[in-house]
Write a new protein. Structure first.
Length: 158
């Protein structure tokens, strides 16, 4: 088979296979079919990209706006801000002074590594207070938003 097409050990062929293909009836039929496809495509209008959604903006834009709105609501609540600030300062000092001047023994090294996990415990207290404060803010904003379909249901709960 390889000798017939010129790819064998001699790498020679007595026939020009490309020219034989171009002169064949099948080649002409394929070329005619391709020309028909091209002419049909040129006769059709351009494809327009449309994306229909019930919301005015994308999910990312909604998320950005809601995060900004929530940050502004927290900023306007000094009691909440001071409570979080004091929680972080006291928690940080407690964790810091608990392991202050740890020795370089096996127990001291374990204690130093344990310090990395303690802020997660502190973060739990910080995060569990979010829903309490958010409830009042959510009650202000939520009645009009679902009716107007201005926000996607996932971003509405941020």
């Amino acid at each position: 088979m390889l000798d017939v097409i010129g790819a064998g050990a001699t790498a020679t062929s007595e026939q020009n296979w490309h020219q034989i293909w171009l002169n064949s009836r099948e080649s002409k039929d394929v070329q005619h079919a391709l020309d028909n496809i091209h002419s049909e495509g040129r006769g059709r209008p351009a494809v327009g990209l449309t994306f229909h959604t019930e919301f005015a903006t994308s999910w990312m834009t909604q998320t950005k706006e809601l995060l900004q709105r929530n940050a502004q609501a927290y900023w306007r609540n000094p009691t909440y801000l001071m409570a979080k600030l004091i929680l972080n300062i006291v928690g940080g000092l407690f964790i810091g002074f608990t392991f202050f001047k740890s020795k370089d023994t096996q127990q001291g090294t374990q204690n130093k590594l344990f310090v990395g996990t303690l802020p997660r415990t502190q973060a739990r207290a910080y995060l569990t207070s979010f829903p309490v404060d958010l409830h009042g803010h959510y009650n202000q904003c939520s009645p009009c938003e679902p009716a107007s379909s201005s926000l996607h249901c996932h971003t509405d709960h941020l």
